[in-house]
Design a protein around this ligand. Sequence first.
Ligand code: FNR
Length: 179
Amino acid sequence: MANPKLLLISGSLRKGSYNRMLLAEAAEAFGPAEISEGSLDLPLYDGDLEEAEGVPEAVKHLAQQIKDADAVVIGAPEYNKGITGVLKNGLDWISRVPGAALKDKPVVVVSASAGRTGGETAQFMTLSCLTQLQARLVPGTAILIAGAMNAFDDAGKLKDETSRKLLADRMVALRAEVV
Ligand code: FNR
């Protein structure tokens, strides 16, 4: 059987994003897979733009990536105790593409944030949006990496053994949904 297709989506556009590092760790824990990254570098949702020009190509591409994926992992950082604008904007656009790309799609949300709660509020908000989009949220202990600037070593690996174990368990659960 071919390797499952795993799509990684970072709610931060930053090159050095800790959430991107966490997604890389998640992908490694997921095991053999065809991995791709979805970009949230999209125009701001604007109903006038949508009416005049339709859904942007970059959004259509992302929706197709989601449809093609067997499983999706989203990295949800926390800004001001909420979901990042980038991630919310992406989810809003995706919801406008006919065909409900996220419907029944196995999804896990992980978060790394600077604060002590590891982005818990942002993750909760993301899960709430994904429920509206009818994603199949794979349950498990929340992956919340607090103090993200100290949580990864120079190679981008998670230092904390417990977090690594929780992430591994969650990825086993995600994999079990698709293979
Ligand atoms: C933050 N940060 C932050 N952290 C947190 O734990 N709770 C918060 O409410 C906020 N608020 C916040 C607002 C804004 C505008 C910025 C730019 C940052 C810090 C944030 O967690 C940190 O920048 C992470 O590194 C963001 O994730 P990436 O970009 O590393 O993936």
